[in-house]
Design a protein around this ligand. Structure first.
Ligand code: URP
Length: 372
């Protein structure tokens, strides 16, 4: 587990497999070459206000590799992850974390690359075994927990969804959100298993603030981020599973941009490690078949609306990132920049209204001399 002291010592384990140019994380590499003011660690500052008390919240993000090989019985694999996570969740609770978020589909390997249907067996109802496991911690530590799982909706013909369950600090289920954007890129063949979510862009009002969940691939969609902001989110969690070759250059940028544009905090969580599957599969790109997805590069971090961010966790180790923040910062940034006031929602709505119609024509004004 990575704690504050260990995380501040960024050059631990240099040369270990998974390091980047000898550094433990991309952030450490950047930190060594960029001025220190670009990096804020673990506690976000907001100005003191005269009419509002600070609204301090402590967040925890967990990234982890799977516990057992994917060839082991499915139930053992799931229970192995429970066992592995128990001390990490307890450390979060003992550290006074108010809201904890786990990685995408945390209770299973990310098997969607295989297109094999046997992995559907991991899917659970929202009040299933994984939720019950976490409800106990939520009650014990008075902690809200965001739990991204593979969901089976038994009331709707056993349909499967990629879902985040929001567990309240009394262990109650506040609600759920289903992943809005399903990737069809590289080995991310998730639409073989579930379709685009049908829960909209809910914001959950919890004891510690208004939160939302933008699951993984939704982070490439600025309007998805915007919708959570329009509904009043103060913190948006982005539980993810993504691999280095595909998305690592985008990872340090998109969440920070969303936090700035929408005046809220963004918590980016990625799983870590390489998961190997029993049967080879191809990526439809002419390259040889393979049995792993590539390296899940971890690197979880938190971005603030004032453009600061925490250092990221390791690229190759499990980790718990804990950070304090004052949610007053969200409104302070809204007052400063006025993005909500200067946006042109009517014109965007008009364009989008026309764009979704089959007879839409792009507004392009061509130089009349072009074809002369
Ligand atoms: N899990 C998931 O949606 N991955 C898609 C790949 C990416 O967005 O980087």
């Amino acid at each position: 587990m990575e704690n504050k002291a260990a995380a501040e010592n960024g050059k631990t384990e240099i040369g270990k497999e998974g390091s980047i140019c000898g550094f433990d994380s991309l952030h450490r590499l950047l930190q060594s070459s960029l001025p220190p003011h670009l990096f804020q660690a673990f506690s976000f500052h907001a100005d003191k206000e005269s009419l509002r008390e600070p609204r301090s919240v402590r967040l925890g993000l967990i990234q982890n590799s799977i516990a057992l090989p994917t060839t082991e019985p499915l139930l053992d694999q799931k229970r192995g992850i429970f066992q592995k996570l128990t001390p990490i969740i307890e450390a979060a609770g003992a550290s006074g974390v108010n809201i904890l978020c786990l990685q995408e589909a945390w209770m299973m390997p990310f098997a969607f690359c295989t297109r094999e249907k046997k992995w559907c067996e991991f899917a659970e109802p929202i009040d299933g075994e994984s939720t019950k496991f976490l409800q106990e911690f939520a009650r014990r530590y008075n902690m809200v927990i965001v739990s991204p799982i593979l969901e089976r909706d038994v009331n709707h013909g056993e349909t499967i969804w990629n879902t985040a369950v929001i567990i309240g600090n009394h262990g109650n289920i506040i609600g759920k959100h289903r992943k809005n954007h399903i990737p069809r890129v590289g080995d991310f063949n998730e639409s073989t298993y579930y379709m685009e979510g049908n829960t909209g862009h809910p914001v959950f009002e919890t004891a510690y603030g208004k939160i939302a969940v933008n699951i993984c691939y939704g982070r490439h969609h600025p309007l998805n981020w915007l919708a959570f902001g329009l509904n009043g989110a103060e913190i948006v969690f982005n539980p993810s599973a993504t691999v280095g070759e595909l998305s690592e250059p985008m990872w340090p940028i998109e969440a920070r941009n969303a936090a700035i544009a929408n005046s809220y905090f963004v918590c980016s969580i990625n799983r870590v490690g390489t998961e190997d599957f029993p049967n080879p599969f191809t990526s439809g790109d002419g390259k040889p078949q393979h049995t792993d997805f590539g390296h899940f590069y971890g690197s979880s971090y938190i971005s603030a609306p004032d453009s600061s961010c925490t250092p990221s966790l390791s690229r190759h180790r499990d980790g718990l990132l804990i950070s304090d923040m004052d949610l007053n910062l969200c409104r302070q940034l809204k007052d400063k920049w006025g993005f909500r006031m200067t946006a042109r929602y009517e014109t965007y709505a008009d364009l989008l209204g026309r764009y979704v119609k089959p007879d839409f024509e792009p507004q392009v004004i061509s130089d009349p001399l072009l074809n002369k």
